[in-house]
Design a protein around this ligand. Sequence first.
Ligand SMILES: Cc1cc2nc3c(=O)[nH]c(=O)nc-3n(C[C@H](O)[C@H](O)[C@H](O)COP(=O)(O)O)c2cc1C
Length: 307
Amino acid sequence: MQTILPEDLPHRERHQLLLSGVAPRPIAFVSSIAPEGNVNLSPFSFFNAYSSKPPIVAIGPAIAARTGRAKDTLLNILEHRECTISTVSYSMVHKMNIASAEYPRDVDEYVKAGFSKGASRLVSPPYVAESPYSMECRLVENIEIRRDIGGNGNLMMLEVVAFHVSDSVMVDGKIDPHKMDLVARLSHGFYARTSEIFEARQPTHLCIGFDALPEHIRTSEILTGNDLARLAYVPVLPMLDGSFPSFEDTFRADSVEIELNANNPLGALYAMLQEGKQRDRALRHRIAKAFIVNNQIDEAWQTLLLE
Ligand SMILES: Cc1cc2nc3c(=O)[nH]c(=O)nc-3n(C[C@H](O)[C@H](O)[C@H](O)COP(=O)(O)O)c2cc1C
């Protein structure tokens, strides 16, 4: 493990080191208006939400370290106190990249990057019509970051005054993250696409936690930290259920290995009992792991408790 002090690195390396760890970052596609009326559009991945009552987001348009020039977005929002932020779907990402080049202030990046303008309701800058989700924002406050030591960052706090959500991403009255297909920025030129989406519900109960896992489970060589966490999530330490496992008379299974390869943990459990291998702890843990993969946490626990 390396320990690196920020002051030991040149700016560019420090920048990439920071961005490698603070990732993936959502992308704000920010539209603002210059004093002469020119519309601006640029992406910012120093972006997140900080409050929902009221809805507050923040972006970080910098003073460019290389040129010392303030980003047009920063100057425009300081002047007009308004902007829109559109999210970036995969279908928009390469066009967005074109908008990120440092064009002169009078260039309209909507035109350069082939985007169309949606008419905002409460602020003057338009939003990106191709984006499934946009926000109209007003400036709350801009914090200049550590100018006393030559800092070049800004923390622009913005209040969202209107949301625009496309019907195309709505399913049963909710925004479907699969349909949003958002991208995020990593370090250097890398991006992530949210095509592999999974659910990990925040517990509303107190979990038993790792410390309550029986020793033979906690020290498993088969179960990973994530597997153990799925077991430790339960509110009460499960007890062995004498009726587990129960199989219909007609239940049939191949060998343990074939059933595990077919991702059929119940079949594997049946075969394990048929083959008289119930004392094989590693095998029970493999079957439990297959139950966990299938989100069958009760069955995973019961298999482990067959100890
Ligand atoms: C995905 C992406 C994210 C970016 N994030 C930031 C950022 O958070 N802060 C920043 O100052 N520049 C960021 N940039 C660079 C700006 O988009 C770029 O400097 C742009 O030309 C600024 O335009 P403007 O001067 O019209 O505001 C990012 C670029 C890309 C492609």
